[in-house]
Design a binder for this molecule. Sequence first.
Ligand SMILES: Cc1cc2nc3c(=O)[nH]c(=O)nc-3n(C[C@H](O)[C@H](O)[C@H](O)COP(=O)(O)O)c2cc1C
Length: 364
Amino acid sequence: MCENLASVDDFEKHAYSVLPKNALDYYRSGAGAQTTLADNKRAFSRYKLRPRILRDVSRRDLSTTVLGEKVAIPFGIAPTAMQRMANPEGELANVRAAQAMGTVYILSTLATSSIEEVAQAAPDCTKWFQLYIFKDRSVTRDLVSRAERAGFKALVLTVDAPVFGIRQADVRNGFNLPAHLRLANFTGASLNKFDDKADGSKLTAYVASLFDATLNWDDIKWLKTITKLPIILKGILTAEDAILAADAQIDGVVVSNHGARQLDGTFATIDVLEEIVRAVDNRVEVYLDGGIRSGTDVFKALALGAKMVFLGRPALWGLAHSGEEGVKKMLRIVRNEFDTALALSGCTNIGEIRRCMVYCESKL
Ligand SMILES: Cc1cc2nc3c(=O)[nH]c(=O)nc-3n(C[C@H](O)[C@H](O)[C@H](O)COP(=O)(O)O)c2cc1C
């Protein structure tokens, strides 16, 4: 094991050398020709920093507040499905790492550890639950009440996946959950595993048969009637939809293209962040995920108006390296990079990050 890992990219390279092909391809893929997958990362390099100097940055505070809760760092863990393919403790290792770092962990509906197991593993972590809406509403209703009972602080409704994007590697691999694993939030073979006989990606077949593609704004109203938890919509990419979300009185939006796994050919998330921040005009909190791989990426997103950002794949690479320790190590690297970027930009806390500290020549 290479011990001198110095960046998220180092963790990614390491993961490529240890993960089985079925899991690795599932984790790393984007949809279609993977144009957006590359753009999500590349786009950050078009944003240039404009650092201020001589401002006494000897003492710095990286904390912020999301949905009224204090977190130690402005980046958390995005929901990614089936984390036990990366490490035997999967989601439990990941949420413990988030707890140790004082940040938010978002648990996927399609997790290989249950809501209750995750709650027990990290009782002090700020946990949000990522929700998919099933055709059978009693399944969703049950997930919501379990998340509430287990002390999760918000529901993150994924709105960019009425059907699943086409991930070519998964089609070729006939992607399936390894036989020893189950989708732990469910009992019964029709919900907790995939159909081995389905063509192509077994996950895509699962989604097509169980998730509700009729999902629309009325369902947001319905969701609000069955929960008191704050609701965040994940997968907003236009000002138009961000305004509808604010009008629907939800609490936050995640500017996200699902890690480029849904509609290939969309904008990189960082390129649409500002239009969305402007459109909602502080009516909802705006978060971002997609392509964040360093502390300067975090800084740029915050300067453009994100309240907080989330990392998906980097945590999987951390898990593949050494479980909880690996995720902590990865997060510490990003924390150190962000702290350094803050200081070298002349800021001592997040409130001092200004829009004028980032410049983008062209979005194309
Ligand atoms: C392997 C993998 C599985 C994912 N599973 C889910 C999921 O179950 N629910 C969801 O809302 N988003 C899911 N996502 C999207 C992430 O929440 C997030 O939007 C994305 O990973 C952020 O991009 P990044 O990986 O470049 O950081 C998944 C992403 C990946 C890479």
